[in-house]
Design a protein around this ligand. Sequence first.
Ligand code: KG4
Ligand code: ZN
Length: 383
Amino acid sequence: MGTILIRHLNNKARLRAGMMGIDQLTAIEQAPLRILGIETSCDETAAAVVLRDTAGQGQILSNVIRSQVDEHRPYGGVVPELAARAHVVHLDRIIAEALAQAGTRLEDLDGIAATAGPGLIGGVLVGLTTAKALAAATGKPLIAVNHLEAHALTARLTDGIEFPYLLLLVSGGHSQFVLVRGVGDYQRWGSTIDDALGEAFDKVAKLLGLGYPGGPEVERLAAKGDASRFDLPRPLLNQDRLDFSFSGLKTAVRLAAEKVAPVTDQDAADICAAFQQAVTDIVEVRAGAALQRLASETEGLLRLVVAGGVAANKAIGAALKRAADAAGAELIVPPPTLCTDNGAMVAWAGAERLALGQVDGFDAVAKPRWPLDEAGMRIGGAA
Ligand code: KG4
Ligand code: ZN
């Protein structure tokens, strides 16, 4: 009955974002929701189908990802124009695969979600426009998802956790602590004031002539290095704030490399070890301070959720575990494929929003910048 009601929402109602009638909203709350999620904001072309049951539990029915890493490797970083073009070429097939693997036809869906920002605007436009076209053709609700919100809500899909919790998002584009109080209710406690953590890993790898993406390469070499040989700075660490700064550290790495040039394999390993030790120290101290603030502001269970590609780094993971243990907090790290960019997180954020009656009109815009906490302090850095 609920599903039928959703299917018969008239276009006008759907186009008025968030303005569902009480009957429609009740119908949605009481229905399982099957959502298609589309992700194209960076260098992964991804689509997934996720089911949200009436108890609010999620199930991933399919999660198809095509990485563009091979296209961008020759340039040592993501080239926005190439990324957008590759999304155009591959997205249709990725969506078809996601639907097929989920045994779902377009008409079986209850909503179509796509990342609408923040991200590389060409790619975001490809995904969002595709979602609008599918929504228009099928009459399904459109949900224009904030990519950061999708990362922020993933732990509810994977671990079914309740609000509130603290999120540390550390990826190639973002490094931030966010208090997640509810769907659409975020408070950013700290961001990077310059480079994102993954970006710092990538830049260090690039200046040492290592492969792309740099994070895994730096981690691999660091395991063979002596972290104490180079004394690298820990920017901002003496300040009582939850922000990050990694660009000075990157410069110190460059100076260290220039000093020992030509850089041998052992030099590179020692520099990687020193760099990884520095960022690990920074993350551990900051996470400890953020958890202290969490304890002072919330009651009950303390939870720290990590998301983003850098969550794959074992040294950083161990540091976060130490910080969580010291604070008596639970550390939740979703599986790596759901920490990095994917369609399932977008579908899930779409399901969480649709369950609250939050839908978007066809006038939804693609946003290169879209902070989670609009009212929060604009500290700079990515989004
Ligand atoms: O979340 P993600 O897949 O993409 C976005 O940036 O949205 O994160 C990619 C970033 C890259 O900067 C990559 O170098 C970094 O995560 N990364 C790592 C590791 N694996 C990936 N950084 C450090 N250690 C790793 N093992
Ligand atoms: Zn991301």
